[in-house]
Design a protein around this ligand. Structure first.
Ligand code: TMP
Ligand code: ASP
Length: 242
């Protein structure tokens, strides 16, 4: 669609195009879904639009609550305008409830509520399969300094507080999520990427019997079916609430 704009970068789920203003970009959300570092791939018609609209609503909510983000507005239903940022090569995962890789790598029982939120850092590098990385290794690689790491961790905790309430209000349990940060042209660190069921685990709280009902990318990762239906349900609940 954005053929008049230059493609700057193509990732697994999004394309980034140049904007006529050099400090902005256009981010187009694709219908592709990938898991396990793209070992598993599929296309779901409408996914790009759903993730773009869900992300835009969440960014607007975070901005209202004084979180600095790259989001500037919607270009159309599957593209957003954002500040041009240089992504810091870290995937910042915050976990409220143990699930996924945390349970595979430890003996924590899936579904255990953590006493306090756990932040895990991963090196953003597909060739290395995004390995878990320690603070000392982040220092060693000079990815960011201690002060910036502290700033990012504090911001992630604040975002968690805000999002936990946001999702609780629409009967969703925010189990965990992954954030990416970047530096804008002024050198400020802002939240980037997207916030959608692709990078959050969201469990349906309207189920009374205590069974886990995932309304997120686990439906694709674990072949649960009803993928687009789950994303549509999240979008519908957000729109009905706002
Ligand atoms: P994990 O349990 O597989 O480590 O995932 C933790 C959270 O991070 C979960 O909400 C899914 C999200 N995530 C991504 O957004 N991208 C990734 O590449 C991975 C592995 C997880
Ligand atoms: N984001 C990763 C991929 O695209 C893995 C995941 O989300 O499970 O393959």
């Amino acid at each position: 669609m954005n053929s008049k704009f230059e493609l700057i970068y193509e990732g697994k789920a999004k394309k980034v195009f140049a904007h006529e203003d050099s400090d902005k970009v256009i981010i187009e959300f694709k219908d592709d879904a990938t898991a396990f570092n793209a070992l598993k791939k599929a296309k779901f018609e409408g996914k790009g639009e759903l993730n773009c609209l869900i992300s835009s609503k969440i960014f607007e909510f975070l901005i209202k609550n004084k979180i600095p983000t790259h989001y500037l507005g919607l270009q159309n239903n599957n593209s957003m305008i954002a500040q041009k940022i240089k992504i810091i090569p870290l995937e910042v995962v915050l976990r409220n409830t143990a699930y996924g890789s945390l349970c595979k790598q430890t003996l924590i029982k899936p579904g255990s509520v953590l006493e306090s939120p756990l932040i895990d850092f991963y090196l953003k590098n597909d060739d290395l399969n995004d390995p878990l990385i320690t603070k000392d290794r982040i220092n060693l690689l000079k990815i960011i300094n201690n002060e910036e790491l502290e700033f990012i961790s504090e911001m992630t905790l604040k975002i968690n507080k805000l999002l936990k309430t946001f999702f609780f209000n629409i009967k969703l349990n925010l189990v965990d999520f992954k954030l990416e940060f970047g530096r804008n042209i002024k050198g400020e660190i802002v939240l980037g990427d997207e916030i959608s069921p692709d990078n959050c685990r969201l469990w349906d709280l309207s189920q009374k019997n205590g069974t886990i009902v995932s309304l997120d990318k686990d439906r694709f990762r674990n072949d649960l079916g009803g993928f687009i239906e789950a994303y549509s349900e999240i979008s519908k609940r957000i729109n009905n609430f706002i």
